[in-house]
Design a protein around this ligand. Structure first.
Ligand code: URA
Length: 257
């Protein structure tokens, strides 16, 4: 049932209030993880000595030290054109980690991910499922802005990956949601069209942390007719988080018996 509050937020997102039960239920019918994972290739990026060195360096860092390391990173050429690094924002104890592609011009200026119009839409979308920006953690694959917002280069993503991996290890989110084609394809190491990837449950590398994908808010600004599907993805996110929480409680209850 959609509450009055959610209706207001859906309206702000530009989504009509009506919804068919079956469309939402269909999307939350999660296929078997084994079946889905078999469609996803190996997701470990090609490593280099530099990447290995970063991986070793960050392996035991705490949140604050990791933040400092990223701020001082010069591992790839992007450090020459950035204003500042964009570590991520939100609650370090968040259940939901949202991963985008890379900072844009506004993010580079402000040092925070998703602060432009796309960021405002992301905030409205989160509000539609009862979450505030401060409740989740938002990060990007790349911590520096690629010039002219071009797509990330493989050597940039490869070198930046240990930072994201360490963020995930420290956050231990209940769910990761990749937004947009670049982040989704990179995290799942596939090139399957977004329309076919969304609505299904994957996992982040071999961590067991569930991962789903959705459209990038900037794409939704250009294609508002897809906002309904993005809303369905958020409902799926909410349900998966509840499922993981429930499973955790069950395990804890068993352990304390
Ligand atoms: N697009 C992204 O993927 N990330 C941002 O932080 C901003 C725009």
């Amino acid at each position: 049932m959609v509450s009055q509050n959610q209706l207001t937020y859906l309206k702000a997102m530009g989504i009509d209030a009506w919804q068919t039960r079956s469309s939402v239920e269909a999307i939350i019918t999660v296929e078997s993880e084994v079946e889905l994972q078999s469609a996803v290739q190996s997701i470990v990026p090609a490593s280099s000595n530099a990447t290995e060195a970063i991986k070793d360096d960050v392996a035991t860092l705490d949140w604050q030290t990791l933040q400092q390391r990223i701020a001082n990173c010069r591992a790839c050429g992007l450090h020459t054109s950035r204003i500042q690094t964009v570590f991520g924002v939100g609650n370090p104890q968040a259940d939901l980690l949202i991963i985008g592609e890379a900072p844009g011009a506004n993010e580079d200026k402000q040092g925070e991910p998703f602060v432009g119009r796309a960021g405002q839409l992301l905030n409205s979308m989160l509000a539609a499922i009862g979450l505030q920006r401060e409740d989740v953690f938002i990060a990007n694959i790349l911590k520096c802005r690629p010039p002219q917002n071009r797509d990330p280069k493989p050597e940039e993503t490869t070198k930046c990956t240990p930072y994201l991996d360490r963020q995930v290890a420290l956050l231990q989110p209940k769910l990761i949601m990749a937004v947009g084609r670049i982040a989704s394809h990179y995290l799942l190491q596939c090139s399957t069209p977004m329309g076919r990837l969304r609505g299904q449950r994957y996992q982040f590398r071999d961590t067991g942390i569930p991962l789903i994908v959705s459209y990038h808010p900037a794409y939704l600004l250009r294609s508002p007719q897809e906002k309904r599907k993005a809303y369905e993805d958020l409902i799926l996110a909410k349900n998966l988080i509840a499922e993981v929480t429930e499973a955790g409680l069950t395990i804890n209850a068993k352990a304390s018996q």
